[in-house]
Write a protein that binds this ligand. Structure first.
Ligand SMILES: Nc1ncnc2c1ncn2[C@@H]1O[C@H](COP(=O)(O)OP(=O)(O)OP(=O)(O)O)[C@@H](O)[C@H]1O
Ligand SMILES: [Mg+2]
Length: 233
């Protein structure tokens, strides 16, 4: 069985890697994926979310495991083992700082998602991560997160322009909503916590977008996106 991998990366802390990894994992499980979430951050926020989830007896099963640095040299074998065990989607949550661990994950991931808040500092810091992913020839996309929830925010629009110029921007942009925080606290994804809310709609749409990237084929990389974008310009 083919297992896809999505990695949440960016050296900028607090942009939403863990929050989005958790809610995307749940949204994927709700569409029938067998999901494992691997936490590379020694802070272990995602692992603790998984424990709350188990205690809350959440309906959709998501395996959440820490992945220590010293095991990363065997990453390929670990992923093969997970695919053999029947998982169809692995989601990596990484620590903020860039480094050798992140490089190994980047090389293994089918899709790298780079969350960024719509601020100049986040966009600049995320650009550095994008370059690293781009050099590793992975398919990569920015996710604008924690955007002001007002419709057509010009602040988010300006950040979107900057990111679109750099490469790919995932759809949709995600807004700042308490549901994201409350869901994490409850050991749930937003689509479980407030299934009919805006945060849930955005997260479902993000999962649909991510899935469509896989359907595009593994051979298509960020570089191809860029050259076609540039050719079209
Ligand atoms: N869309 C959102 N709406 C509201 N709050 C959010 C949203 N996304 C993230 N947050 C909040 O922002 C803070 C940072 O999010 P999170 O911990 O997921 O970021 P991170 O990138 O994993 O950070 P770190 O680099 O420290 O691991 C948290 O308090 C989280 O609840
Ligand atoms: Mg985190």
């Amino acid at each position: 069985m083919l297992m896809r991998t999505i990695a949440f990366l960016t050296q900028k802390g607090g942009s939403g890697k863990t929050t989005l990894a958790a809610s995307l994992a749940v949204a994927a499980a709700q569409t029938g994926e067998r999901v494992i979430a691997l936490d590379l951050d020694p802070q272990a926020s995602l692992v603790r979310w998984g424990k709350r989830r188990a205690a809350a007896k959440a309906r959709y099963t998501i395996m959440v495991e820490p992945l220590e640095r010293d095991r990363l040299s065997r990453l390929r074998a670990i992923l093969d083992g997970l695919a053999g065990a029947g998982f169809t989607l692995a989601i990596f949550d990484t620590a903020g700082a860039d480094g050798p661990a992140v490089r190994l994950i980047t090389e293994a991931a089918d899709l790298c998602l780079l969350p960024a808040r719509p601020t100049i500092m986040d966009v600049e810091a995320t650009a550095a991560t994008f370059r690293a992913v781009f050099l590793a020839k992975r398919k990569a996309a920015f996710v604008l997160n924690q955007c002001p929830p007002t419709y057509h925010s010009s602040r988010a629009g300006d950040a979107a322009k900057g990111l679109t110029a750099l490469g790919v921007l995932a759809e949709p942009m995600l807004s700042a909503r308490m549901d994201y925080q409350d869901a994490i606290a409850a050991g749930l994804g937003v689509t479980e916590y407030a299934g009919s809310g805006r945060a849930a709609q955005e997260t479902k749409a993000l999962w649909s977008w991510a899935r469509a990237q896989f359907a595009d084929g593994k051979g298509e990389r960020a570089a191809d996106h860029r050259s076609s974008r540039q050719a079209a310009a």
